[in-house]
Design a protein around this ligand. Structure first.
Ligand SMILES: NC(=O)C1=CN([C@@H]2O[C@H](COP(=O)(O)OP(=O)(O)OC[C@H]3O[C@@H](n4cnc5c(N)ncnc54)[C@H](OP(=O)(O)O)[C@@H]3O)[C@@H](O)[C@H]2O)C=CC1
Ligand SMILES: Nc1nc(O)c(N)c(N[C@@H]2O[C@H](COP(=O)(O)O)[C@@H](O)[C@H]2O)n1
Length: 220
């Protein structure tokens, strides 16, 4: 599985504010780039924290991008994936509408009635990990469903786990020219944090977009 992590952060590294409300960090050019990255990949993944905070749709906005995918024999939108150990995804979440196929990754701790509710709402449920979803194991299951590349859009908890599991191949961070602040505001990589063995990155490209900068890295 090829894993591209993409996020937008303020100059002080925050993905959103201390109330976990969505903050528009990207500008028009960066949102258009994000749409192209979505269109390039077979799947778009977020954690349940992002679903509960933002209720994202995770589809491709550009009609020509969707048409190009279909011309290649692919579905108009990539599949949507949520890492959601206990099956907390609301059944009326936008990611469960009919615009694309949706996989909900749950752990063995997910209540059976939540799995049934999600399946009734149209999701394909994959059980992986004991208490918490194992992302690496889930990627292997997704590969057997034909998913070869995934764009991870956050949030900070899931991004940290990807680095911890050594599962990320690329990182693209759009740094918006703003300061959000707040010790409790989500950052690019939350989780427990590293005290040693910090993942290292190789800077591939720096590009000015809107009023900010896109940093593209390969994960070493
Ligand atoms: N600016 C940007 O680019 C973006 C900003 N955001 C912002 O980020 C915030 C949400 O981020 P955050 O709260 O970190 O939420 P995440 O989207 O990272 O979801 C975290 C939750 O995912 C579940 N999960 C399942 N498996 C794993 C795993 N292996 N590792 C880690 N988590 C796992 C956990 O819940 P459980 O144990 O129940 O499974 C965990 O609490 C929102 O405020 C949103 O607006 C989000 C995306 C992009
Ligand atoms: N790239 C980017 N820039 C920002 O400024 C953002 N706030 C986000 N947030 C992410 O985009 C998702 C919304 O997706 P839809 O437009 O609803 O499809 C949101 O959930 C975050 O993952 N991203």
């Amino acid at each position: 599985m090829h894993v591209v992590v993409n996020a937008a952060a303020s100059v002080d590294g925050k993905l959103s504010n201390r109330r976990r409300e969505q903050v528009e960090i990207s500008g028009e050019e960066d949102f258009a780039r994000v749409d192209r990255v979505r269109a390039e990949n077979d799947a778009v993944l977020v954690g349940i924290g992002t679903v509960l905070a933002d209720d994202p749709h995770l589809t491709v906005d550009g009609q020509s991008l969707r048409a190009a995918r279909q011309a290649e024999g692919r579905p108009a939108n990539p599949v949507r994936v949520v890492a959601d150990s206990r099956g907390r995804t609301p059944t009326d979440a936008r990611i469960l509408d009919e615009a694309a196929e949706t996989y909900v990754l749950v752990s063995e701790a997910a209540p059976e009635n939540r799995i049934e509710a999600l399946e009734s709402a149209g999701a394909t449920v994959i059980v992986t990990g004991e208490e918490r979803v194992s992302l690496s194991e889930a990627f292997r299951s997704l590969e057997s469903c034909g998913v070869e590349s995934v764009m991870v859009e956050g949030g900070g908890e899931v991004i940290f786990s990807l680095f911890e599991e050594g599962a990320a191949d690329e990182l693209r961070v759009y740094v918006g020219s703003m300061v959000v602040g707040g010790r409790d505001a989500p950052t690019l990589a939350d989780g427990e944090g590293f005290v040693e063995g910090f993942p290292t990155l190789s800077l591939r490209e720096v590009e000015r977009l809107d009023d900010g900068v896109l940093l593209s890295y390969d994960v070493e």
